[in-house]
Design a protein around this ligand. Structure first.
Ligand code: ADP
Length: 516
């Protein structure tokens, strides 16, 4: 072996170990190793074979080997148990192939890539010059291979780590819950998408600010705040479970959102607090469901109590042994009992309907309906009941037919008209009009009552919602009529809405698709 060859080897070794240790990209490391090895051995071509996680060996990098040849070598490699055994196989194949394309005699130098006891893979260099190495050459080459194996291992670990980090980042980013990670001094380092959506605060606005400045908790309802817990020594290594607090967060638009926050500490291997991870969950729905339950109980008990008390009062009066009632009193009392029983029955029906809507099994029996006839019929019934307001029908008698459930549309009309009667002053006009467009028929019930303030209009069609004003307090109602009307109209593919400036009258309107 020539001395300059050895000098070259030494220089290479030095340069390469420097280059290798600074390189973390696995493909770049492999390229560098292969090129250096081929150069050092005056080779013509080379391969790096690495063990995949499935235990098979695959060619990960090649130099000077044509694609078709690689395609032939790949199956040979993936079939071997130990790439060191592949050398003879390779030799046999390469010699045959090389001879066929006229490259003359090739020799395969094989260098195992070991880290500790683990065989990561193998390095092959193909030369067309024969000749032996000295023991010293072998030693130098093997020490190069050892360096290379360490670099491959590092790059691989780094790649795995980077992959793991990307996976964690993706989990964090796409988690349905809000997640914020802060350092031990509560400075925010991660603020995920769900939290940005929930709070309306952009992640870059939150970064490096203190947790409690970005997400101040108002109206604490349960649990312990982070600051209070820390004052009591939280977290302690091994003894601190997650911390929990429930309250309201202020969104960027000033509105509050009910949340539950869980804090978990993350320590380093010496037990120092590295991060606190906070999981923020929107619990508005649970709270709403809770509030809905208590509203339900209070509305139902109030609405049931009144008619029951009246029925009970009138019937026990009539039954008194010591009194004689004239015909008129008896008739009046029985009328009250009948009306109150009707009200009870209606309330029960409404409650049952509401639970059907909730459960999603609300059925319609569709017919081709002449809606102006129906309007006239329903209004006729109400005319008998009220003398205090004037009911005026302005629906033209040639409105197109609609596809609808007659009983349900009767229920909607009755509800809108009875509301107009209930919530507008005596002597007022209630107008029922109908118009049609290309696609729909629109029915409007307007009154000249107090109207509905714009801020109540969005909630008006929700379960149990009643506007808080003198007029509503004077009248009875469970706040289910409009909720059910909306469910019915929407089940027909129509729309229901209110138009009112909150001062002079309301116009309740609904549309139904025309029959085709
Ligand atoms: P209820 O009449 O049983 O309270 P509804 O769902 O029919 O329930 O109506 C909800 C609320 O909407 C009423 O309590 C009332 O405050 C308001 N409202 C409905 N119709 C009118 C109207 N025509 N004018 C003024 N307020 C109305």
């Amino acid at each position: 072996m020539l001395p300059d060859y050895r000098v070259r080897q030494r220089d290479y070794l030095l340069n390469i170990s420097r280059a290798l240790t600074s390189q973390l990209d696995l493909n770049a490391v492999l390229r560098l190793i292969l090129q250096s090895a081929v150069d050092m051995l005056n080779g013509l071509a080379g391969l790096v074979v690495l063990k995949d996680p499935d235990g098979r060996y695959r060619i990960r990098e090649s130099y000077g080997v044509a694609r078709p040849l690689l395609d032939q070598l790949n199956p040979i490699m993936s079939a071997v148990e130990d790439p060191r055994e592949a050398t003879t196989l390779l030799e046999r194949n390469l010699v045959a192939i090389a001879q066929r394309i006229g490259l003359g005699f090739w020799q395969v130098v094989s260098l195992p890539l070991n880290v500790g006891n683990e065989l990561l893979g193998n390095l092959y260099v193909f030369r067309n010059m024969g000749g032996e190495y000295s023991a010293n050459d072998r030693l130098i080459l093997q020490s190069f291979a050892d360096q290379a194996a360490i670099a491959v291992n590092n790059a691989r670990l780094y790649q795995e780590l980077a992959q793991e980090k990307r996976r964690l980042d993706a989990i964090l980013e796409f988690s349905a819950d809000g997640v914020v990670i802060m350092d031990a001094g509560h400075h925010i380092v991660t603020f995920n998408r769900a939290l940005a959506m929930l709070t309306g605060i952009a992640p870059n606005v939150a970064f490096s600010k203190r947790f409690e400045d970005v997400l101040p908790l108002a109206n604490k309802r349960a649990g312990v705040t982070l600051t209070d817990a820390e004052a009591k020594g939280w977290p302690q290594v091994g003894a601190s479970g997650p911390l929990f607090v429930e309250g309201d967060l202020k969104r960027a638009n000033g509105k509050l959102v009910s949340v539950e926050i869980n804090f978990a500490p993350l320590f380093d291997h010496e037990g120092r607090l590295l991060n606190i991870i906070a999981n923020v969950r929107d619990i508005t729905r649970f709270r709403e469901a809770d509030e809905m339950k208590s509203t339900f109980v209070s509305v139902v008990s109030h609405e049931l109590k009144t008619p029951v008390a009246l029925i009970k009062g009138y019937s026990s009066t009539l039954r008194r042994q010591d009194a004689r009632w004239d015909q008129q009193t008896v008739r009046d009392s029985l009328q009250v009992i009948e009306e109150e029983s009707d009200r009870l029955a209606e309330l029960i029906d409404n409650l049952l309907d509401a639970s059907r809507v909730q459960a999603g099994n609300f059925r319609l029996t569709m017919v081709e309906l002449d809606i102006d006839q129906l309007v006239v019929k329903v209004v006729g019934k109400f005319k008998l009941q009220t003398r205090s307001q004037k009911l005026i029908v302005e629906a033209p008698s040639n409105l197109p037919l609609v596809n609808a459930d007659e009983a349900r549309i009767t229920q909607v009309l009755s509800n809108l008209i009875s509301n107009a009667i209930k919530y507008s002053p005596e002597g007022g006009d209630i107008r029922i009009t109908g118009t049609s467009t290309e696609a729909d028929v629109v029915i409007t019930v307007s009154d000249d009552g107090p109207g509905i303030p714009p801020e109540d209009q969005a909630q008006l069609f929700m379960r149990f919602y009643r506007v808080d004003n003198a007029m509503t307090r004077k009248t009875q109602g469970a706040g289910l009529g409009l909720y059910l009307s909306k469910a019915i109209i929407e089940a027909h593919g129509g729309r229901i809405w209110v138009e009112s400036d909150g001062r002079s009258g309301s116009r309740f309107r609904f549309s139904l698709p025309r029959a085709r």
